[in-house]
Ligand binder design. Structure first.
Ligand SMILES: [Zn+2]
Length: 125
């Protein structure tokens, strides 16, 4: 069987702090976060303007944008997400669960990158 995994990347600027961390992450600070939503499927759209696509990237974006606006971009993540300890891991799970509540088809994973070299990917098995 064929299978595709596509992704849509999104970016946001936001502050957080990790209350338990004894290093610098314990202080209030910000990141230019980069996220990816991964969509999995085994059947491409066969006709119309989206033929040959698993899902239109523009459509994925429409699911992400309300989250960026209301909770993520230029927000204080400890407050807006309700997460007591908003690590990349926790934010990836939080975004995944918010998207899971919508009818976004084929949701597979959410990745959150905190810096150029660090990040976390969450998926359900
Ligand atoms: Zn941080």
């Amino acid at each position: 069987m064929e299978e595709w995994l596509i992704y849509k990347e999104f970016r946001f600027e936001a502050a957080h702090h990790l209350p338990h961390h004894t290093g610098k992450c314990g202080r209030l600070h910000g990141h230019s976060w980069v996220g990816r939503v991964y969509i999995q499927g085994n059947k491409l759209i066969e006709d119309g303007s989206q033929q040959g696509m698993l899902l239109d990237y523009g459509e994925i974006k429409q699911y992400i944008e309300p989250l960026l606006e209301r909770y993520l971009d230029h927000h204080y993540l400890n407050q807006t997400t309700g997460l007591l300890n908003p690590t990349s891991e926790a934010i990836a799970r939080w975004v995944f669960e918010r998207l899971e509540e919508t009818d976004l088809p084929g949701l597979h994973a959410v990745e959150i990158r905190e810096t150029c070299t660090t990040g976390a990917r969450y998926m359900k098995r």
